[in-house]
Structure formats: C-alpha cells, structure tokens
Ligand binder design. Structure first.
Ligand code: ARG
Length: 569
C-alpha cells in the first residue's frame, strides 16, 4: 500500500534536509475544504530554524516541488503549501493497487502473525440471547475480521457464562418442577421459567437456597448426575445460540467458557496467596483495591466457591500460557468497566507484566424505540426474533419495490441481516443508541441496504458492460477518469487501506462503516454525473475499471463488517 502522505513527506524532505520524513508527515494536514488542496503543509514551525517568515518558506517550497508528477499543482497560501494531487497519478496507483489485490485490497501484514485473542458475544447459558447481546457479538466479529485482515493470527473465543451458583438453583428447580420434554421443546425459555420459579419459591422456603448451594458444590466436585444435567442445559442452550450465530455468519475458535476454568482455580488462588495480595474478610477472600480508588474485589466466597472475576483472572493466565497473545481483547459492555479495571489491576499486582496486553473494548447500550419491543414492559427481546423480523420485513420491501433478484429468500436474508449489522456498526461503539426499524431498513439513508444496493448497481453496470476481469492498466486510457466525480471516487477508494488500519488502531469498526458509505456515495455521484457505458470503447473500459474498483472496495469493506455483498438487488 502506497501512502500519499508519506510520498509527499519524502518529496518535501528533499527540500527540508533538517527534518525527518516522519516529522514532516506529522505536519501534513488534510484540509476540510478541498479547494485548499487535497493535502496541506503548514510552515509556521519552520520559521525559526530557517530564519525566514513562514509565507516565504511556503512560497519557495510550492515552486520547488510543484512539477512533481504527484501534484496537479502546489500553491502557497499564506503560511501553507496547498497540494493538489494529480488525478492521473492517483488513478494509476489506486487502480493498480485494487486490480492487483482484489479481495485483498486493504489487507496488510502489519500484524506479522502475532496472536490476538478477540473474546466476544459470551452469553450466559440458560438465559435468553437477547437484543442486548447484539453489540458484543457484531462489534466483536468485526474487530476479529479487521485484525485478521491486518495480518494478526486471531483467535475467537466465546467465554460462555456457563458456571456459577445459579446452576445449583437451576438444577434444584428442574428436579422439583421440570419436565424433560419441555426443556427440549424450548430450552432457554423453559429453563428461564424454572429459574424464575425458584426465586418465587425461595421466598416461601429459604431452605431451597441451602439445597441449591449443596447441588452447586456437587457440581463443582464433578458429581456425575449434576454434571450430566448441567451439560445438558449447556448443550441445549448452545443449540439455540448456534442458530443465531449461523444467521449472522459468525464462528468461534473456542467455546471455553467460565466452567472451563473451574479446575484451574486452585492454582490461581495459590498464586495470589503466595504473592500476598489476598485478604481474609469474614471467611471470604478479597483483594483490597482502595489504594487504586476501587472497591475491593471478592475472590472467593465464605464457602470457598469462586466468582466471575476469579474465573476471568484464571482465564487470562491460561490464555497467556496457551496462546502467548500479543493482545487479549474483551469486547464487553461499558457496564463492566469497573470489573475489568479491577481484575486487570489484580493481574498487575500479581506481577504479570503482560497485564497491559489485556484490553477491554467497551461499548454503550442499545435500547428499542418501538414500545412493543420494550424490555421495560417485561418482555425480553430475543436476538433471533429481531433477525427474523428484519428478514421478514426485507422480504416485503423486496416484493413492494420489485427488487431484481434470483432468489427473494437469499436476498432477504443478506439484506435484512446485513441491515441490522450495519446499523449496529454505524455509530462509534461507545455511544448509546436506539434501535429503530425505520432507520435500519431504509434503502436510501446511510444504511446497509443503501451500500449493498450500490454494490449491486456497480455489479450490474459491469455485467451490462461485458466486464470479465481487470485489463492490464497500461492498455487503459486513464484520462477518461479526469472528471471531478471520478477524482472524488478515486480518493475514497485510495483511502480505504488507511481507514482499515485506523479502525484496527482504535478498535472502531464504525470507521469502516462510515467510509464505505462515502465510497458508495462517491460511486453514485460518478454514476449519475458520467455516462459509463458509452459508445467509445476506450472510455467505457476506463470507466468500467473505476466501477470495478468501487465495487471491490465496498465488498471488502462490507466483508470486514461481516456483511455480504449481493451481485443483484
Ligand atoms: N457472560 C457475561 C455476560 O453476559 C459476559 C462475559 C464477558 N467476558 C468476560 N471475560 N468477563 O454479562
């Protein structure tokens, strides 16, 4: 990938021998008003060293570099050198890059195969997989894809919530009031109803709690009957979760959830004990974090059983040993900020220098606009239902709009589910947002359907133009791509690899989402402003080439978000 900024810095550096290319690169700006250039170089800070007023420096630089092939022109305006990139040059380097790389356009080897764990989704078994889980699931998957694209060796972990005292309660409830057939018919809602019933009954009969504790203790000691029941609950729950993952096209490399660490707990506790960071507190064990402005972390309960946080510590230590990760990323909501701060600090106190390779990637909450879907009315909104509804509504839109498709069903799935994912990844992750059907499924806004539709439109232009594969660039006359809208489109395509890098740096898939909206808008402008399928075969070829590049960029961008790119729509 060629970086224009770096190229410009190299050119300027020959005139500014006392500065490094990197320093110069840091100075270079992208003016928000493109009439001030595609790039600009401010000269204020050079004045002292060069003993000349900034505007004089700018004037000298502009006239000495202006004839480089990179620039259409270089203008000095006050203390700035405003640089206008040459359209032909940009067309050549961009199209060369896209044609050469295809599906790999934007890919990089910056990760050098270093292992990166992305932990995401991680629902609790026997509990609904609801709309609240969509964020970790979809943001996590996109972060995984971006890191994979950047050349890291990624490991996707689903840290299932499959352990804890609640399973003692669940088993007690099932034994008292449960039926096997009911669980099999609708595992999660049935198990959930048992759990709710347990909490009602325990009000009247507190001894149920002791019973549950005993059962959990048996489970912890791997008693066969309890283990079998727990395993069954887990399997049935996973079946339900898998349906959703399949709809979203999401896979994991490991489902090692909380229970996986139960036998690794004693060693961790011993380690904490030996490092002297555990304190007794009325029979329980805690780590005092007051010094760090945090409440104490409860590590074991009075009965010796472990907690959520204990299992997270054990899991991190296990992962470091097993994967020797370069980064261990947790895609978990901002409600758990304190939890992660606490146990990252505990790792540090234990002397694990790699504690700062553990990264909590948090995000805001999602709420629902439609009253009927409100959790506040006591109705849990299952993620599966949201996805099904999206597909259903899209099917209707496809029929109403007479959308061009070989299979309504396939397209409805691609577009409906794509729309939900796209909407989810449209805003910066830390922002709270309100899910709205209207916004999500709109074909005209800055939405998934709009971008997918643009991709299909480009595909259709290529089909109608008889396009097969990219021709050799030397044979194409790029002067036909001199118009403003072609130039605008080329600039967005060119920037795609930089945007992917930035999205990885910031753990922010929405940067990719927003950029492919820009590419789609720039392509649609080109499509409207220019006649692509002209009589002149040379002109047509050049314009088809640009159409192909736009389509490829949109496809690669959608791919990073976990969204498919339809050929027809
Ligand atoms: N199961 C948890 C929940 O649903 C999320 C787990 C997050 N990951 C972690 N390593 N603590 O809230």
């Amino acid at each position: 990938m060629l970086s224009i900024k770096k190229e410009i810095a190299r050119i300027l550096q020959q005139k500014l021998p006392d500065m490094s290319v990197e320093e110069i690169e840091d100075f270079i700006e992208i003016p928000s008003d493109s009439s001030l250039g595609d790039y600009a170089f401010p000269c204020f800070r050079l004045a002292k060293a060069l003993r000349k007023p900034p505007h004089v420096i700018a004037g000298e630089l502009a006239s000495s570099i202006g004839d480089n092939e990179l620039f259409a022109r270089a203008e000095a305006v006050n203390a700035y050198v405003n640089l206008f990139i040459d359209g032909q040059w940009l067309a050549r380097i961009t199209l060369e890059d896209v044609c050469g790389a295809g599906d790999d356009f934007g890919r990089s080897d910056i990760g050098a195969g270093r292992p990166v764990i992305v932990e995401f989704s991680s629902p609790n078994i026997a509990k609904p997989f609801h709309i609240g889980h969509i964020r970790t699931t979809v943001i996590g998957n996109a972060i995984y894809k971006i890191f994979d694209f950047l050349g890291y060796k990624t490991i996707r972990i689903n840290h299932l919530g499959d352990y804890g005292t609640q399973f003692g309660k669940m088993i007690v409830a099932y034994r008292r009031w449960g039926k096997r057939e009911d669980v099999e018919a609708a595992p999660i809602s049935t198990l959930l109803s048992y759990y709710v019933k347990f909490h009602e009954e325990v009000e009247k009969d507190p001894s149920l709690d002791d019973e549950a504790r005993e059962v959990f203790s048996k489970l912890e000691h791997q008693a066969p009957e309890e283990t079998a029941l727990w395993q069954w609950f887990r399997d049935e729950s996973l079946k339900e979760f898998s349906r959703v993952y399949e709809m979203l096209n999401i896979e994991f490399d490991s489902f090692a959830g909380e229970s996986f660490y139960s036998d690794k707990m004693p060693a961790v506790l011993e380690e904490m004990e030996s490092k002297g960071i555990l304190k007794d507190s009325q029979g329980a064990k805690i780590v005092d974090l007051e010094q760090y402005g945090m409440p104490p972390a409860l590590i074991t309960k009075t009965d010796g059983s472990s907690l959520y946080i204990t299992r997270d510590i054990a899991a991190a230590i296990y992962r470091k040993k097993t994967y020797d990760f370069y980064k261990n990323i947790y895609v978990v909501g901002a409600q758990q900020n304190l939890h992660f701060q606490q146990w990252f600090k505990i790792l540090e106190l234990m002397g694990h220098e790699w504690h700062d390779q553990c990264i909590h990637i948090n995000f805001g909450t999602v709420s629902l606009a439609e009253g009927t879907l409100s959790t506040r009315k006591g109705r849990v909104v299952f993620l599966e239902d949201v996805l099904n509804k999206a597909v259903e509504q899209t099917r209707q839109v496809i029929r109403d709009k007479n959308v061009n498709t070989d299979s309504i069903e396939e397209t409805a799935k691609m577009v409906g589910i794509g729309a939900v994912i796209f909407q989810e990844l449209s805003n910066g992750r830390i922002k709270d947002y309100t899910f709205s059907w209207e916004k999500t499924l709109n074909f005209d806004g800055e939405t998934g359907p709009y971008v997918q539709y643009t991709h299909a439109r480009a595909a259709s232009v290529l089909r109608n133009g008889g396009w097969t594969t990219p021709p050799s660039l030397d044979a194409v006359d790029l002067t036909y791509l001199s118009g403003d809208s072609a130039f605008g489109l080329l600039k967005t395509i060119y920037r795609f690899p930089e945007v992917v890098l930035d999205a990885g740096d910031k753990y922010e898939p929405s940067l990719v989402t927003r950029h492919i909206v820009d590419v789609a808008q720039a392509f649609n402008k080109f499509y409207h402003d220019e006649h692509i399928l002209t009589e002149n075969p040379e002109e047509k070829e050049a314009k088809l080439l640009l159409t192909y590049a736009a389509k490829q960029t949109i496809k690669n961008g959608l791919g990073l978000l976990g969204i498919q790119a339809p050929e027809k729509m």
